[in-house]
Design a protein around this ligand. Structure first.
Ligand SMILES: Nc1ncnc2c1ncn2[C@@H]1O[C@H](COP(=O)(O)OP(=O)(O)OP(=O)(O)O)[C@@H](O)[C@H]1O
Ligand SMILES: [Mg+2]
Length: 222
C-alpha cells in the first residue's frame, strides 16, 4: 500500500451550549507517499481540525487515522508521542514556540536528545536558509510574526519527518518569504520524498502542490 496517510470516516464533534457542532464529517482521505497536497477551504471549514487529527494531536470522535499503515489512535499516549516525534513534523497555525528559548534552541529541541552538535548545525543551517541568520539568538517575543513562523517551520522539518503537516505555514509571510519557504518545502518534498499536507488560503502556495483538496462545512469536496 502506498498510501502513507489514510483516514476512515473521520468525524470530530464538539458539544457547545447544548448542541453538537461537527467540525469535520466523514473524511476519507488517502495521500500517497511523496505527494504534496494543499488543503483549502473557507475559514471554519475544518482544516486545522483535520490536520491536528492527522498529526495525532487531537482525537477524532469517530473514525481512524493510519500513518504508514499504523492505526495511530490504537497506540498508547506514550507510543503515539514517540511515533509522532519520529515520523511527523507539525507546523501550527499559531506557532507555539517556547517563549523562554531562542530561535536556535526552539529548533534544536526535537533533535538534541540524539546529538547536540549535529542538532545545532542542522538547526542553524535551516534557519539560515530561511533568512534568519541574524535571529538565531533571539527569543520569540523579540521576533516578528513572520520570523516566528519560519522558526516554527524549521522546528517541524529538522528531524527529517516522513510526513509534514503544516497549518497555514505562510499565513504571516510576505510574497518574498512565502516563496523562500515554499521553495524549500518543495525541495524537501522532491529530494527527501517528504509527504506534505499544507492548509492554506493562498493560491500561490497551492501552486507548489501536486493536488488540492477542498473542505466545505467539514466535508471533503470531490
Ligand atoms: N474547541 C472547539 N469547540 C467548539 N467548536 C470548535 C472547537 N474548535 C474548532 N471548533 C469549530 O470547528 C470548526 C472548524 O474549525 P477549524 O479551526 O478546523 O477551521 P479552519 O478551516 O482551520 O479555519 P481557519 O481557516 O479560520 O483557520 C469551526 O466552526 C470552529 O468553530
Ligand atoms: Mg485553521
Amino acid at each position: 500500500m502506498s498510501n502513507i496517510i489514510k483516514t476512515e470516516n473521520l468525524v470530530k464533534r464538539y458539544f457547545l451550549e447544548g448542541t453538537y457542532i461537527e467540525a469535520i464529517t466523514d473524511i476519507n482521505l488517502n495521500v500517497t507517499k511523496g505527494e504534496m497536497v494543499a488543503l483549502m477551504g473557507p475559514s471554519g471549514s475544518g482544516k486545522s481540525t483535520l490536520l491536528h487529527i492527522l498529526g495525532g494531536i487531537d482525537i477524532p470522535t469517530e473514525g481512524k487515522v493510519f500513518i504508514k499503515e499504523q492505526d495511530i489512535f490504537s497506540l498508547s499516549e506514550k507510543k503515539l508521542a514517540r511515533f509522532r516525534n519520529i515520523n511527523i513534523g507539525f507546523v501550527f497555525q499559531f506557532h507555539y514556540l517556547l517563549p523562554e528559548f531562542t530561535a536556535l534552541e526552539n529548533v534544536m529541541i526535537p533533535v538534541q536528545i540524539y546529538n547536540k552538535k549535529e542538532a545545532r548545525e542542522k538547526a542553524e543551517k535551516i534557519l539560515i536558509r530561511l533568512g534568519l541568520k541574524d535571529r538565531l539568538n533571539h527569543k520569540p517575543s523579540q521576533m516578528s510574526g513572520g520570523e516566528q513562523q519560519r522558526v516554527a517551520i524549521a522546528r517541524a522539518i529538522v528531524n527529517n519527518p516522513s510526513v509534514l503537516l503544516a497549518d497555514e505555514p505562510t499565513g504571516n509571510l510576505d510574497t518574498f518569504n512565502t516563496q523562500i519557504v515554499m521553495e524549500m518545502l518543495k525541495e524537501l518534498n522532491k529530494k527527501n520524498n517528504v509527504t506534505m499536507v499544507i492548509a492554506t488560503h493562498d493560491e500561490e502556495v497551492a501552486k507548489y502542490c501536486d493536488r488540492i483538496i477542498f473542505l466545505r462545512d467539514g466535508r471533503l469536496q470531490t
